[in-house]
Write a protein that binds this ligand. Structure first.
Ligand code: ZN
Length: 134
């Protein structure tokens, strides 16, 4: 199990992790299997997407319709914080991914990028837990 730290800026910070995950698979002692990637925390998420500016804007626009940042959330009353929208987006997209690999290469399509999205309202240091499994 490998833990890596990633510094994020928050507020829809998209970070392409594909190269880092590919290197971990490359250095593992397995030729084929699956790699699981998990982000700790309830205001970030992992997805696979085309890592392109238009898609980033589209994802942001759609998610803002579902959970606008400046709306009122019950969560704010409980903790006196303001990241209720981030918690919802994180819960919808989810904290983990599983990607297969063969001959030490991730079985991703050409445009598929393993992407961390941080929705929180402030910069964060994120911990990712990566496990290469036979
Ligand atoms: Zn919160």
């Amino acid at each position: 199990m490998i833990k890596i730290k990633v510094n994020t800026k928050g507020r829809y910070d998209f970070i392409d992790l594909t190269e880092r995950v590919a290197q971990i698979v490359e250095k593992s002692n397995l030729n084929s299997g699956i790699v699981s990637i998990f982000v700790k925390g309830t205001t970030a998420a992992l997805t696979i997407m085309e890592f392109e500016e238009g898609i980033k804007k589209d994802i942001k626009n759609i998610l803002e319709k579902i959970a606008p940042e400046n709306a009122d959330y019950e969560h704010h009353k409980k903790w006196q914080d303001h990241n209720g929208a981030a918690h919802i987006k994180s819960a919808i997209i989810g904290p983990s991914l599983v990607v297969p690999f063969e001959e030490k290469k991730l079985s991703l399509g050409v445009w598929q990028a393993i992407t961390l999205i941080d929705f929180d309202e402030k910069p964060r240091e994120r911990e990712l837990i990566i496990k290469v499994i036979n």
